[in-house]
Ligand binder design. Structure first.
Ligand code: HAM
Length: 419
């Protein structure tokens, strides 16, 4: 074949697409009962917004963004994630004027130029939520609970919730110094990226995936031990709320996340059934980002679910729902074909799924198609039936056939559906 999809991207085709629709439909239904409204942001954004938010020394910004100049020479980036665009939109449309918390969800493709492997794509789909305006750990608990509710409703089991607090601008400087002191003697042995990050953003070293760096940071001070009183209280209350809500979680002091905008709460949901790419969803608080983007001081929290990873966990046990047509009209001859087409058209406008055979198909192949599509009934209509005014109605499950007056087909099926 001449053309193929690019490396690291995939087509979603029927029937598998149904599983994706299931994932999206379930999320929307659950988000709705927690009061989240959809917000759609563009796929392309000005590159700056990602540099400022995700952080210039992160892997995403340094290595993974699809960035290109547009025809006017502006630097454009295909969004690698949804939080920064949502924050941009939140400020641009003065959504902070609404009563807090302002709660939004989004879903759609994200782009990261990563090395493709199982569970890691260059175009992947996220379903995310962002809630603005409330600095209460109850909201953190609620959002984590909503994530659990969503994933369970999708059909996932055996999930692990990991939780951490990475502090705020009050507690970070002390932690930063302590971390630098610990790492200074090991600096030359860190990877070149981490050596650069040492001065610019030493916290990023705690997220480096290079084996040597992972070993070198063994025993490093942990941000959770440096929390200020406010962050400590926030974290303690969050844990109490989660216990109250029966969410089992493990505190993971190494959970620093790969994006710079987080403050206080961070969390990740993992599964043991996915190999290396085990995070199915992740998120956290980002209380400074709205202000850094030029908006009023606004605490915020959110998460994003990775749809590919969910689909791969669900695919073996998913029962495809796609139902066949209510009626398949198998016809022989021009007049019968026209009569069937007219009835089919009318029933379709009433919302019934109807298929018709085409004149190029023999009656036998039309019947085969009706079977393959999983039609509930086949209506067989030829010249004899037109003459007698009665078509043959075949129940595709019992294979029983009976006569049905042609001019009663429509009413008969509409009544069946209503009944
Ligand atoms: P993230 O951890 O970068 O966070 O991504 C969230 C989820 O997206 C991951 O847990 C994973 O399931 C999925 N994911 C990430 N990269 C890939 C990939 N290359 N292929 C397949 N799936 C992937 C964020 O993006 C934050 N914006 C989440 C957030 C929202 N934080 C606050 N609000």
């Amino acid at each position: 074949m001449k053309y193929k999809a690019l490396k690291g991207v995939q087509d979603l085709i029927p029937p598998e697409i149904e599983l994706w629709q299931h994932i999206e439909d379930v999320s929307k239904a659950v988000f709705k009962v927690y009061g989240y409204k959809e917000l759609r942001v563009p796929i392309i954004e000005s590159t700056d917004i990602f540099l400022r938010s995700i952080g210039e020394t992160t892997d995403i910004v340094e290595k993974e963004m699809y960035t290109f100049p547009d025809k006017a020479g502006r630097s454009i980036t295909l969004r690698p994630e949804g939080t920064a665009p949502v924050v941009r939109a939140f400020i641009e449309h003065n959504l902070f004027n609404l009563n807090p918390p302002q709660k939004f969800y989004y879903h759609g493709p994200m782009f990261r130029y990563e090395r493709p492997q199982a569970g890691r794509f260059r175009q992947f789909y996220q379903i995310g939520v962002e809630a603005f305006g409330i600095d209460d750990p109850k909201l953190d608990a609620e959002i984590i609970c909503m994530l659990r509710h969503t994933l369970e409703e999708m059909g996932l089991t055996g999930l692990e919730f990991e939780l951490n607090s990475i502090g705020c601008s009050n507690c970070r400087p002390k932690y930063r110094e302590s971390l630098k002191e610990f790492l200074s003697g090991r600096l030359v042995r860190l990877c070149p990226d981490c050596q650069r990050r040492f001065e610019l953003n030493p916290l990023r070293i705690m997220d480096c995936k290079v084996t040597g760096c992972i070993e070198l940071r063994q025993g490093a001070p942990r941000v959770i031990d440096f929390l200020c009183e406010d962050c400590r209280n926030h974290f303690d209350k969050l844990k109490d709320y989660l216990q109250l809500l029966n969410v089992s979680f493990a505190v993971n002091p190494d959970l620093v996340r790969g994006l710079d905008y987080y403050t206080k709460t961070t969390f990740e949901v993992t599964t043991t059934s996915l190999g290396a790419q085990k995070a199915v969803a992740a998120g956290g608080r980002y209380d400074r980002l709205v202000e850094e983007f030029g908006g009023p001081p606004t605490p915020a929290i959110g998460f994003a679910i990775g749809a590919e990873r969910i689909a791969s966990l669900l695919k073996d046990n998913y029962v495809y729902q796609s139902s066949g047509p209510v009626i398949f009209f198998a016809t022989l001859g021009g007049e019968a074909s026209a009569t069937a087409l007219k009835i089919a058209d009318s029933l379709r406008t009433k919302g019934l799924y109807i298929e018709v055979g085409y004149d190029v198909m023999s009656l036998k192949s039309q019947m085969k198609r009706a079977d393959r599509l999983g039609a509930l009934y086949t209506v067989i209509l030829g010249e004899d039936e037109l003459k007698s005014g009665k078509a043959i109605l075949r129940d595709m499950q019992t294979k029983k056939q009976s006569d049905i007056p042609i001019d009663a087909i429509e009413e008969n099926f509409l009544n069946r559906i209503v009944a």
